[in-house]
Design a protein around this ligand. Structure first.
Ligand code: BMA
Length: 360
């Protein structure tokens, strides 16, 4: 310190400890702020996203369940009046699968019931499989809510059907496919008196993994099977594809969200795609997105029981006549919500498509 007029002053160039401390604190807190992501997410720099993830994601995870549980994911949902009702698929702490009825008024916060409405079959070849029953999808038709789900077996999976009018009492209609079937969604209307469904037969480790359509006079016996879409139109759907949410009727066609997988050096990535099917002939693709609609991006889609999975299982009308609520399983660990504009998605499918194999 120099003395000037008898008063101690600081040397001009001497660093003021207090201001240095302040500066240090400010720099550190702005650094901390810039590093403090609410959730880890990567901006992959893609343009033209048509889907918006809910800020509440994941909307349901193990901690929200009424008992000690490992996880929940891939659950069908349907709009009933001003409620959204979900058949929630979860696994308890012993890895026993349960289907629970969950209800929501806003599509985000669900009241979850405690009663298991279905149990895995306990006879050979289904018994003893840890994954047991999974991937529910719901279609409302003629006053009934039809729920399809996968049943695992040591000889390959099958699809089973139950139905309800009130989500209290359930009627079991038994298996509706032969062995080695996955992912079955029923159309919410009939075609010349026949029920129709999209399905992915023979997809487990063999040559399958494509989407087919079948018809039925009674929902039990199915046939007249036709190929709808083959895997491999684009790289992101090159390994296998399967129907995701039950089709949504629009003026231009049936809007179908599906999953499309690609294999890479570190496993399989599950993406989501969209296509539009002809209103009268639903086996005919009239529009299809070239890019995938959604790909794993967020922390909760990358980390979990099966990393890198977004798996849509329901598309229900949202808060306006143009909005869809899309429910999807993330990383086989939680249930998430995303929203989209029906008009924008239909337009994109028509502009891009049909974009079938050999037409790229
Ligand atoms: C599929 C289904 C889904 C699951 C996905 C990724 O074959 O079994 O339930 O989300 O694999 O594990």
């Amino acid at each position: 310190m120099r003395k000037k007029n008898g008063v101690k002053t600081r040397q001009k160039n001497m660093v003021d400890k207090e201001s240095l401390e302040k500066k240090y604190t400010a720099t550190m807190s702005s650094l901390a702020e810039s590093l403090a992501f609410p959730s880890w997410s990567i901006d992959l720099g893609r343009k033209g996203a048509l889907i918006t993830r809910s800020v509440h994601n994941p909307i349901i995870s193990a901690k929200d369940l009424p008992f000690e549980a490992e996880c929940c994911f891939n659950s069908g949902a349907v709009r009933v009046g001003d409620e959204i009702v979900m058949i929630l698929n979860c696994w308890d702490a012993e890895w026993v699968p349960h289907f629970l009825v969950a209800r929501s008024r806003d599509g985000v916060h669900f009241d979850i019931g405690t009663r298991s409405i279905v149990s895995p079959p306990d006879e050979y070849p289904y018994a003893g499989r840890r994954d047991g029953i999974f991937d529910t999808r719901i279609t409302t038709l003629d006053g009934w809510h039809y729920v399809t789900y996968n049943v695992s077996s040591s000889l390959g999976g099958r699809i089973r059907l139950i139905r309800t009018q009130d989500f209290e009492g359930f009627e079991d209609l038994g298996f509706i496919t032969s062995i080695d079937h996955r992912n079955c969604v029923i159309f919410p209307e009939t075609f010349d008196g026949l029920y129709a469904r999209l399905e992915r037969p023979n997809g487990e480790g063999s040559t399958g993994g494509d989407i087919y359509l079948s018809y039925s006079p009674d929902l039990r016996f199915w046939g007249r099977t036709e190929l709808v879409l083959q895997k491999g139109t684009r790289y992101w759907e090159s390994f296998k594809i399967g129907p995701g949410a039950p089709p949504v009727k629009t003026e231009q066609g049936w809007l179908v969200l599906y999953h499309g997988c690609r294999q890479h050096m570190n496993g399989i990535m599950y993406n989501a795609g969209a296509m539009l099917l002809d209103l009268k002939n639903p086996a005919k693709v009239i529009g299809k997105m070239r890019a995938c609609l959604m790909w794993p991006e967020e922390d909760y889609e990358y980390r979990g029981n099966v990393p890198q999975v977004v798996f849509p299982t329901a598309a229900v009308m949202g808060d306006s006549s143009d909005e869809l609520f899309v429910y999807y399983g993330a990383a086989d660990s939680s249930i998430c919500l995303a929203t989209l504009s029906i008009e924008a998605l239909v337009e994109r499918c028509l502009t891009d498509g049909p974009c079938l194999p050999g037409q790229n």
